[in-house]
Design a protein around this ligand. Structure first.
Ligand code: PLP
Length: 524
């Protein structure tokens, strides 16, 4: 690495990225790869802006578009950064195929936050480019991760069992999917040690029918028999939270059949195929997976209890939202994605366990070529034994930067502001009789839809699907959907760092206009 070349090029890159953020509102939020060429209604204004800013370079943008635009082999001779960035490639060929997750008009799925602090942390991490699998490979990387995760655990008021001083501790995984996998592996191996290696076909894992698909995938990878991955029914009347009596019944039935209940994943935000739906409702306490009661059941049955707070965990740093994780003291592991709603650039999924040895027993390896005095002396944390891969990035730097450069108070205000904006959106929806709110809003996600004409749900579903497509085709905003109890529902997740009240109002206007175009008439 040539230091002077880095200085020069990195400045140019930062300028490029800063300009991108400055003009981010001029891009169609959802990449218009599929729409650019079809002249779809509503796409035009954004499209023109968009093409103008790219000197009309884009032609025929459709799936597979990039393959047609890029050469079919790597360049033999070096090219200039200027050429790659602004000239031939990034600006004109890559950006058109990008969906702008950092746009203030991005309201789809859940947010994936970026911030100056998170970005700088990423930059520093890329600059140092260490691979901190064992303490000795970069002591600061391991030690900072331990410290920062203890800080965050204290901010969340997690029980002290999850802190590093005792038997527990935190570790940064890439994603919540990896988090649930590693704890499921730890739980599985724990049970195999107790009941014998041949008991694998008897192990049963439980989650509600609203749990994230990552739970299903973890079961597949961990070798839990597909029929033993219990998907427990939830009811809309219970805001889709997992009922303790249903769990108890399922466990009793399995025990009677000679099976071994081993794992429960409880979510405090319900999520199906990335089409997420809050089950934690302010108006109804039953909307929360009742962690305490579920925890008692898992304790009675000596099962592993994992709490997945991938999205909502961030909000629990605010005292007024902390109660949503009351009962976490009964859990064995707890996970939240700092890369979702905590201003920390992707990826940074934080997992705490009460018994780090459970992870280590399941995931450690000790090859000769990695042996060193500190590890052999059992004096240090070697994070390679808490995760699937060997190599790991210095991810704690970005979380540390976020905590230091914002401070707890600003992080709390950040969360509160999004929740306030979501409330504002919910109020706007409530003023238009054509729409209905379909689930209690607790955090910053609003689930709503156009009412089904004459209570014809099939027609209602088509209508809402068409509305979603029309709205996203405008390029002005991006929202996503889910299906609950057979109903097609629109999701509006506030959480992009740049979103302000004016963006909420614009988004609502787009939704109303597209609804009017679909329904006919003059609107609300
Ligand atoms: N669990 C919940 C509750 C989620 O909301 C999500 C993602 O939206 C996940 C798990 C999966 O997250 P990841 O992409 O980090 O695996």
């Amino acid at each position: 690495m040539d230091a002077e070349q880095l200085r020069e090029h990195a400045h140019k890159m930062v300028d490029f990225i800063a300009d991108y953020y400055k003009s981010i509102e001029s891009f169609p939020v959802l990449s218009q790869v599929e729409f650019l060429d079809c002249g779809s209604r509503g796409a035009c204004s954004h499209r023109n802006l968009y093409l103008e800013s790219f000197n009309n370079c884009i032609v025929n943008v459709s799936p597979g578009y990039l393959n047609k635009l890029l050469p079919d082999s790597a360049p033999v001779h070096p090219e200039s950064l200027q050429n790659v960035l602004a000239g031939k490639y990034v600006q004109t060929k890559i950006l058109p195929g990008v969906t702008h997750w950092q746009s203030p008009e991005y309201f789809a799925y859940f947010p994936s936050n970026s911030s100056t602090a998170g970005f700088l942390g990423e930059m520093l991490s890329a600059g140092l480019n260490i691979v901190g699998f064992s303490w000795v490979t970069s002591p600061a990387a391991t030690e900072l991760e331990v410290i920062v995760l203890d800080w965050l655990a204290k901010m969340l008021k997690l029980p002290s069992d999850f802190l590093s001083q005792g038997q527990g501790g935190g570790v940064i995984q890439g994603t919540a999917s990896e988090a649930v996998l590693v704890v499921l592996l730890a739980a599985r191996d724990n049970f195999l040690r107790r009941f014998g290696k041949n008991s694998l076909p008897k192990l049963v894992a439980y989650a509600s029918d609203q749990a994230h698909a990552s739970m299903q995938k973890a079961c597949q990878i961990a070798g839990i028999h597909p029929e033993n991955c219990r998907v427990l029914r939830t009811e809309s009347s219970n805001n889709y939270s997992l009922s303790p009596s249903i769990l108890r019944e399922a466990i009793a039935k399995d025990v009677e059949a000679g099976l071994i209940p081993c794992f429960l994943s409880a979510t405090i935000v319900i999520n199906g195929s990335l089409a997420c739906y809050l089950q934690v409702g302010t108006t109804s306490s039953t909307a929360v997976d009742p962690l305490f009661e579920l925890g008692k059941i898992t304790k009675d049955n000596e099962m592993w209890h994992h709490v997945d707070a991938a999205y909502a965990g961030s909000a629990c740093i605010c005292p007024e939202y902390r109660h949503y994780i009351d009962g976490v003291e009964e859990a064995d592991s707890f996970n939240m994605n700092a890369h979702k709603w905590f201003l920390t650039n992707f990826d940074c999924s934080v997992l705490w366990v009460k018994d780090r040895n459970a992870l280590i027993q399941s995931l450690s390896t000790n090859p000769e070529y990695l042996k060193n005095k500190a590890s052999q002396g059992n004096m240090v944390v070697d994070y390679k034994d808490w995760q699937i891969p060997l190599g790991r990035r210095f991810r704690s730097l970005k979380l540390w930067m976020v905590l230091r450069l914002y401070g707890v108070e600003n992080l709390q205000s950040y969360i509160r502001n999004h929740i306030k904006l979501a409330k504002h959106f919910e109020e706007l929806v409530g003023l238009d009789q054509r729409f209905e709110i379909v689930a209690p809003r607790t955090f910053a996600l609003v689930c709503f839809r156009l009412r089904a004409p004459q209570n014809d749900e099939d027609c209602g579903n088509k209508l809402n699907k068409n509305l979603l497509e029309a709205v996203n085709a405008t390029g002005k905003i991006f929202i996503s959907h889910t299906v609950l109890s057979g109903k097609y529902i629109l999701r509006f997740a506030v959480g992009a760092p740049l979103t302000e009240e004016r963006h909420i109002e614009t988004a609502w206007k787009v939704l109303q206009e597209e609804a009017t175009a679909l329904l006919g008439g003059t609107g609300a």
